[in-house]
Design a binder for this molecule. Structure first.
Ligand SMILES: [Cu+2]
Length: 352
């Protein structure tokens, strides 16, 4: 807020100075037409172009150095590598083209600046040049788009092969609930109209549907490593988006319909905690928290890395904190955890 105020004041002062300069100029008797740029004006603007070029290159390098550590660690899902590769190749191409075209743009702006006596050359067209600068983007973009489509089709191919676990992710303002399909691996029918808080039926599971009896409702998502998961998303109220950044997964949750996403987690939480990038990040975060603790501020407990499910649609005032912990573990740990959970039938409060 202080920064915004300072900025506003600075802008207002700049406008005031500019206006005063104009008044001063108007009050002077004109010796020459000051509104027409002369050679020295053009030269100054030409050099300013170079200064701006140095600025954008500088800020690019600065951002790379300073903010690269903010990027996500290696992907923790089977499809994540392919997804990252596509993104990095796109980045590299954009970066390469941007660097060269900006230099050319600013250099020519300087080289052909206005000069007394210089006349613009009328140059209709050059077929060869036109061909080159059309065909190169066509080939590169076609390649990227085809590769992207191929990757997209691979990632979005949701099927029942390889015995996936079926899990529902239920979104509401402002929390997540997960529902496992249970022993039969079939989710019971559900509808928001069937929600019955008195009977602890928070997800509106159809009590008459036998498939729902063994469903398991939880507030922490556990996934066995290496096993494919088919997620079915629902929303109770508004648009939400189930975002699992470490698995490179995101799918909108739309009221009134079921959306799907499928992936196979490949790295357990325990292994990801040993990833060098994650170790670094935890260290940095905890250093900040230790500082806050020293100043007597709240929220200073040391942080331990965990996968998270976040909401990625601005769905209301507590959107920022709409999250659920995800634990990726071995098959044995997962089975042991699942054995402790109670089914929908067991957890339902009998009607009085
Ligand atoms: Cu949300």
């Amino acid at each position: 807020m202080t920064a915004l105020l300072t900025l506003t004041v600075l802008v207002l002062v700049a406008i005031a100075i500019w206006q005063m300069t104009k008044i001063f100029e108007l009050s002077q008797t004109k010796t020459e037409d000051a509104e027409i740029a002369n050679d020295s004006d053009n030269k100054i603007n030409g050099y300013l172009l170079f200064t701006f070029l140095v600025f954008i290159y500088g800020i690019t390098i600065f951002s790379f150095v300073k903010y690269s550590k903010m990027l996500l660690p290696e992907a923790a899902s089977a499809h994540g590598g392919e997804y990252d590769q596509l993104m990095w190749v796109s980045f590299a191409i954009i970066f390469f083209v941007q660097t060269i075209t900006q230099a050319l743009l600013h250099y020519f702006g300087y080289k052909y600046r206005g000069q007394k006596g210089r006349k613009a050359l009328f140059y209709a067209d050059n077929d060869r040049l036109e061909f080159i600068w059309t065909i190169i983007p066509v080939v590169v973009l076609a390649g990227l788009i085809l590769w992207g489509l191929y990757t997209w089709t691979n990632i979005m191919d949701i099927n029942e092969d390889d015995d996936p676990i079926v899990i529902e992710l239920y979104a509401q303002q402002f929390n997540w609930t997960a529902r496992y399909a249970g022993d039969d691996n079939v989710l019971g029918d559900a509808n928001v109209r069937l929600i019955n808080i008195d009977k602890a039926n928070v997800l509106g599971i159809d009590e008459a549907d036998p498939n729902g009896e063994d469903d398991v409702i939880v507030k922490e998502l556990h996934l066995p490593v290496g096993r494919k998961v088919n997620f079915k998303m629902r929303s109770q109220d508004v648009l939400h988006s189930a975002y699992m950044p470490h698995f490179r997964a995101q799918m909108n949750c739309v009221p009134g319909m079921i959306t799907q996403f499928s992936f196979t987690p490949t790295v357990t939480t325990a292994d990801m905690r040993m990833n060098p990038d994650v170790v670094e990040k935890v260290k940095r975060t905890n250093a900040v928290r230790a500082e806050r603790a020293a100043e007597g501020k709240p929220n200073t407990d040391p942080w331990e890395f965990d996968y998270v499910l976040l909401c990625n649609k601005i769905c209301g005032k507590s959107h920022y904190n709409m999250q659920m912990k995800i634990v990726v573990e071995t098959e044995e740990e997962y089975n042991a955890w699942m054995a402790e959970q109670s089914t929908f039938k067991q957890s339902m409060t009998p009607a009085e």
